[in-house]
Each structure stands twice: as C-alpha cells, then as structure tokens.
Design a binder for this molecule. Structure first.
Ligand code: MD5
Ligand code: FE
Length: 203
C-alpha cells in the first residue's frame, strides 16, 4: 500500500517487514563497532536522540557545526561499512518510489527512547539535494511532523510504525520535519526504543 504524503514523499507501509531479520543482524554488527551516542549541537545542547552511522561517511554535530565525516570522532576509525542488507532494502524502496538508480553512501541511524524528540529541521548537509532520502522506522511508533519549505508552513502529523519506509524526493526533500517526543511503550524486538535508519547520498 503506497501513500502520498506530499509532493515527492511516498510512504510504503510495512515495506521493511520481509527484511527485518537481516536488518536486525546488520544493525547489531554496526553498533558493535560504532555505538549510539548523544551528539552536542553547535549551540551546546546534547541531543535527546542518540545517533550513529555506517557507510563512507557519517553525519556528526559538535560545537564547531554539522558535517559529514569519513571518520567516527568517537572511535577515530572509519565508520563501519554499509551492510549489504541495508543497501538492498534502501534500493528496493527507492525503486518502488521511482528512483531506480539511488546509490546511498551513508546510513544515519537515530535511536529514540521515551521522551526523545527531533525538533523541526531541514536536511541540507548533503552535497546534491536532488537525491532522495529513504527512511526506515523500526520499533516503537512515533508521530512524524511534516511541514513545508518554510518553517511557518502548516504542519501535518503522520504516525510511523515498525517497518514503515518513507522515500523523500522532489520538493519534499527540503521540507521542514521532526519527531514528537516518543511515547512510553514496549516493542517485542526493540523494547523501549524506536530506531530510524536514513539512507542518503551525502558525498
Ligand atoms: C527520524 N530522521 O524519524 C527522521 C526520519 C533525520 C530525520 O529527520 O534527519 O535524521 S527522516 C525524515 C526526512 C528526511 C528528509 C526529508 C524529510 C524528512 N522531509 O522532507 O520531510 O528519525
Ligand atoms: Fe531530518
């Protein structure tokens, strides 16, 4: 079942289900090398969401700003390679949404615990903003806030559930968005957490 959320934004409910076991194995291998950690914003606040990355670079924030870094600042080693299972899921979803040649080089992973949130923002640290972003939701459900190109635009809320995949392309690629504070809950696999994988062509 395909839902159109906005210009270029396509919601594939339950798309990740057949890939779940392989994704879980790969996720464990990645966080074993580069664990989830709470980054600090340039303004000096610690983020409530914990993050890590895999692929050719990783998105990081510190007092000096935001950037894609080929080295994990925590381990001072390259980020773990993108697992084949991740790449397969991201490319199958992108193909379904009309992006047959999407070649992500980065997967940013966000971990939410109850009360974690992601404030309204745009994703524009990637080199070429014409490439889509593929987002995979795992674990506890969350409320996604979707605005427009201007911070003042009207916000629509969408619930995102375990295994839902969203492909953000076209105009929606630069829309303001965020995640409301995660509600308390228990998921059979991810317990009290929500994990979101975002596949990007960043370099
Ligand atoms: C999340 N993550 O659920 C969300 C899902 C992030 C982030 O926002 O930056 O890590 S990705 C949602 C997204 C990506 C790119 C564009 C748009 C939404 N959009 O135009 O709404 O942790
Ligand atoms: Fe974002």
């Amino acid at each position: 079942p395909v839902e159109h959320m906005a210009e270029g934004a396509i919601l594939l409910r339950q798309f990740a289900s057949p890939y779940e076991a392989d994704i879980l194995t790969a996720l464990r291998q990645v966080v074993d090398i580069s664990p989830f950690r709470h980054l600090v914003t340039p303004g000096g606040y610690q983020m409530s969401v914990a993050m890590t990355n895999c692929g050719k670079a990783g998105w990081v924030s510190d007092r000096t700003g935001y950037r894609y870094d080929p080295v994990d600042p925590m381990t001072q080693q390259p980020w773990p390679a993108m697992p084949q299972a991740f790449l397969t899921l991201a490319q199958q979803a992108a193909k379904q949404a009309g992006y047959a040649d999407f070649k992500p080089d980065v997967c940013l992973m966000n971990r939410y615990l109850p009360a974690s949130k992601l404030s309204l923002h745009q994703d524009k640290d990637e080199q070429d903003l014409h490439h889509p972003i593929v987002s995979v939701s795992l674990g506890l459900p969350a409320v996604f806030q979707f605005g427009g190109l201007s911070r003042q635009d009207k916000i629509t809320k969408y619930p995102l559930h375990h295994s839902d995949v969203v492909v953000w392309g076209g105009a929606s690629r630069l829309y303001y968005h965020g995640i409301l504070p995660l509600k308390e809950g228990e998921h059979p696999i991810f317990r009290r957490s929500r994990i979101n994988l975002t596949f990007r062509k960043a370099l």
